[in-house]
Every structure is written in structure tokens, then in C-alpha cells.
Design a protein around this ligand. Structure first.
Ligand code: NAP
Length: 293
């Protein structure tokens, strides 16, 4: 199958690499807002480069998108030179960004008018999972469309869960993941701030707690980075704020309060506002806001 990949950032770049390495695509067409990034990767993995999302869709059977936020996804699908300009039966698209259920329903509706198919398939597992090809993929859409995409997803994910036949089911599941992950990160920050203040051996704390009932992905992967004050992303604060806002809006629409979500969103926003560019740091940088709370 001819596969297009749009959005070659922290996640998209390793995902496209794994796809290329699998050999399942007879041709791979890359597109990125900053074209140089696509050209550098294409030269390395033997792919082609397209100028616009429309040009990708003209040459591909399957198009994958992995861009930051709602306006970016809308630009890629609905904007000038976007995918929807050339939607047709036989074209199958999947957006793997985190953008909420409303956005992907709009995209799916626009594609359906042209006969093209769509599956929302956001992911969890971070850049570590993207590099290892072990992401958890949360798919929403028709079973037949998911099965057509499964060989593609298998090159990127260790777990592919069909969350529902309705487009948006994957996004709703992903926002559950974001609520739980963010509150767990708040807990990791508080635990490490407490350990630091108490003056215990921090390496021993990391090892012992990580092996017990309080162990978690965030504890094992982000806890050591907090201790080393390594704030490089991984997952950017700006993207986490976007996700938690999407979750909060959806929660409010359902009449839910979710006080922990509000608390942790406030800590991420304080981290972003502490200095210009702090939205580009990894989510582990939130420990400073928790320490100063
Ligand atoms: P990122 O590093 O900011 O990369 C986004 C990429 O999309 C960049 O290469 C950017 O191009 C490109 N892009 C933006 N607008 C575009 C457009 N209109 N057309 C073509 N390309 C465009 O973001 P990321 O960390 O990979 O995250 C991508 C998505 O995955 C987000 O929704 C995020 O929430 C989600 N996610 C991230 C993680 C993680 O750990 N990072 C984990 C799970 C899910 P430029 O080169 O011009 O900037």
C-alpha cells in the first residue's frame, strides 16, 4: 500500500521511521510544515516528499497525520491544499494526534462526503514508545477501516484497542489517559518534593517506590529526569495543557467537576507562564510549580 505521513515531530518522526523499516509500504510519502525536516528523513529512509497534505493524499491509499493541535489538524484536512480537497473512495485517513472527539468527528464528516474513510487513533507511550514501536493505540471508527489500518498500526504500536465504532471513541479514551497520567504526574512530583525535603537517599526512593504499588510509567520514566533536572521534552507542557483543556471542556459539558484535573492543569499553566518558552519543556518540569505551591 502507498502510505503518506504528515507531521514529523517528536512522535511522528520515529513512527514514520518504524513504518519505513517494516517494509509494508510500497511507497512512503512524507510531508511536514518545515519541509527540511521531511527532506532529511526522506533521504535517510528512502521516502518521497510532498509539498502539501493534498499532494500526499493524491499519491497515497492511506494517510497518517500526527500534528500538534486542533487548528493544525483542521489545516491539514480542511484548509487550502488540504486532504479533503482530494478525498475519494479508496482513501483511508487516520489522525493520531490528540485533539478531542469533536475535532475528529468534523474531519470524518468532511471526508465521508467524498467517500473517504477515517479512523481516529491517538496514542500513549511517549517518545520512548514511539521509538520502540510499542505505543498504545486507541482507535475509533468502523471495524473494516481499523482492520485495513491494522498492519500500519502494528509497525508503531504494541497494543491496538478498538474503542468503538464511532469516530471520536479513541480520542475520548485518550483524554481518560491524559487525566490519569497528569494526576499521576502530580503525585510523582509531590512524592519527590517530599523526599527531597526529608533528605532521604533519592536514588533509593526511586528504586524502592518504583518496584512497589505506587510504581508507574511516570515514576520510572519521568521521576529520574526530575531528579537530574533534565527538562527536555518528551511530551511538551504546551501539548499537555491542550489535552487537559480538551478534557476539562468535555467534562464540563457532561456536568462533571474533576477537581484534581483543575489542580494539575493550574500547575502546568504556572510552569508554562514562569518563563518564555517553558511550554516547550517536558511535562516533568512541572515539579518546580509543585515545589513552589
Ligand atoms: P511536535 O514535536 O510539536 O511535532 C509536531 C509536528 O507537526 C512538527 O514536525 C510540525 O512541523 C508538524 N506540523 C504542525 N503543523 C503542521 C501542518 N499544518 N502541516 C504539516 N505539518 C505540521 O509534537 P509531538 O510531540 O510529535 O506531538 C504530536 C501529537 O501527538 C500532539 O497532538 C501530541 O499531543 C500527541 N502526543 C504526543 C506525545 C509525546 O510524548 N510527545 C505522546 C502522545 C501523543 P514543524 O517542524 O514546522 O514544527
Amino acid at each position: 500500500m502507498r502510505v503518506g505521513f504528515i507531521g514529523l515531530g517528536l512522535m511522528g518522526e520515529p513512527m514514520a521511521r518504524n513504518l519505513a523499516g517494516s517494509g509494508i509500504a510500497s511507497s512512503l510519502i512524507l510531508q511536514n510544515r518545515t519541509r527540511a525536516k521531511a527532506e532529511a528523513l526522506a533521504a535517510e529512509i528512502g521516502a518521497m516528499v510532498a509539498q502539501t497534505p493534498r499532494a500526499v493524499a493524491e499519491q497515497a491509499d492511506v494517510v497518517i497525520t500526527m500534528v500538534p493541535d486542533v487548528p493544525d489538524v483542521e489545516q491539514v484536512y480542511l484548509g487550502k491544499d488540504g486532504i479533503c480537497e482530494v478525498g475519494h473512495p479508496g482513501l483511508l485517513c487516520t489522525d493520531m494526534s490528540t485533539v478531542g472527539a469533536d475535532c475528529v468527528r468534523r474531519i470524518a464528516g468532511a471526508l465521508a462526503a467524498s467517500g473517504a474513510g477515517f479512523v481516529d487513533a491517538p496514542v500513549s507511550g511517549g517518545t520512548i514508545g514511539a521509538q520502540a514501536g510499542t505505543l498504545s493505540i486507541m482507535a475509533g471508527g468502523l471495524t473494516g477501516s481499523l482492520e485495513a489500518l491494522r498492519p500500519v498500526f502494528q509497525t508503531m504500536g504494541g497494543k491496538i484497542v478498538h474503542c468503538g465504532e464511532a469516530v471520536g471513541s479513541g480520542q475520548t479514551t485518550k483524554l481518560v489517559n491524559q487525566i490519569v497520567g497528569a494526576l499521576n504526574l502530580e503525585a510523582v512530583c509531590e512524592g519527590l518534593v517530599y523526599a527531597g525535603a526529608a533528605g532521604v537517599d533519592i536514588e533509593a526512593v526511586l528504586e524502592a517506590v518504583g518496584a512497589g504499588a505506587a510504581g508507574s510509567w511516570a515514576w520510572s520514566n519521568l521521576g529520574p529526569r526530575m531528579v537530574r533536572a533534565d527538562n527536555a521534552p518528551g511530551f511538551k507542557i504546551a501539548h499537555q495543557i491542550k489535552d487537559l483543556r480538551l478534557a476539562l471542556e468535555a467534562a464540563e459539558a457532561m456536568g462533571l467537576s474533576l477537581p484534581g484535573l483543575r489542580l494539575v492543569l493550574g500547575h502546568f499553566e504556572q510552569t508554562r507562564d514562569a518563563a518564555i518558552g517553558n511550554g516547550e519543556l517536558g511535562t516533568q518540569a512541572m515539579i518546580a510549580a509543585v515545589k513552589n505551591a
